[in-house]
Design a protein around this ligand. Structure first.
Ligand code: DX5
Ligand code: ZN
Length: 218
């Protein structure tokens, strides 16, 4: 069964604690935190001090997605802030394997993310070095965008690779999830589904999570 990772990008940043408390319900695996640097993506969000504050306020593990250039320069501050999973982009560094190993050496789950146009071959030789792969199904930078359908092909391929090789990484998807299309993601093989607008943009986030869980069930 898959889990939901509500993305606080679509939450009310002036009331973060209450927003996070709302989604501490059955079926939620992580709180997804989007960090953007204004270089790797054309938007700026939050940094390590905010992650540190959130960590103190929730029992849910934090899935920290850093959309930043040169992630190796920032990994320590996000590890120290309390990331349970720290995911960076394969496009953002020359030495992804080094950074994955470093993150793991600090006792944190290491995640690797791919933009919609990035081929799976970019992580082929990293298999075994990551605990989670985050397939972007929109171009990173903003919430509330539309699913880029071809990116789901990568999810299907990852599911197959995982099974054939007997590996045990988490397959996560991020971007464009709605109640109407979540089944496409889960049928493809998504195990952890990020939902920003679909949860925090809804009148009743708890009901929205229930709907996503029931509509994505396969
Ligand atoms: C986009 C972020 C996503 C975003 C998803 O760059 O990585 O996590 O919050 O938002 P929705 O679910 O609204 O597409
Ligand atoms: Zn994200």
């Amino acid at each position: 069964m898959f889990k939901i990772a509500p993305s606080i990008l679509s939450a009310d940043f002036t009331r973060l604690e209450q927003e996070i408390k709302k989604v501490e319900v059955e079926g939620v695996g992580y709180i997804h935190v989007d960090v953007m640097d204004g270089h790797f993506v054309p938007n700026i969000t939050i940094g390590a001090p905010v992650v540190k504050s959130i960590k103190k306020k929730t029992k849910l593990p934090l899935d920290v997605h850093i959309m930043v250039e040169d992630p190796e320069k920032m990994a320590d501050q996000f590890i120290e802030a309390g990331s349970d999973v720290l995911t960076f982009h394969v496009e953002a560094t020359r030495h992804p394997e080094r950074l994955l190993n470093y993150i793991r050496s600090k006792g944190v789950k290491a995640g690797i993310s791919l933009n919609p146009a990035t081929d799976l071959s970019s992580i082929k030789y990293l298999l075994g070095s990551f605990d989670l792969v985050l397939v972007m199904t929109v171009n990173p930078g903003f919430g509330g965008q539309k699913l880029i359908m071809p990116a789901l092909e990568k999810v299907k391929e990852l599911k197959k690779i995982k099974k054939d090789k007997g590996l045990d990484f988490i397959i996560e998807v991020d971007g464009g999830v709605t109640e109407d299309n979540i089944d496409l993601y889960t049928k493809a093989g998504a195990e952890l589904v990020v939902a920003g607008n679909a949860v925090f943009g809804a009148k009743d986030p708890v009901q929205a999570i229930k709907n996503l869980l029931s509509k994505g069930a396969i």
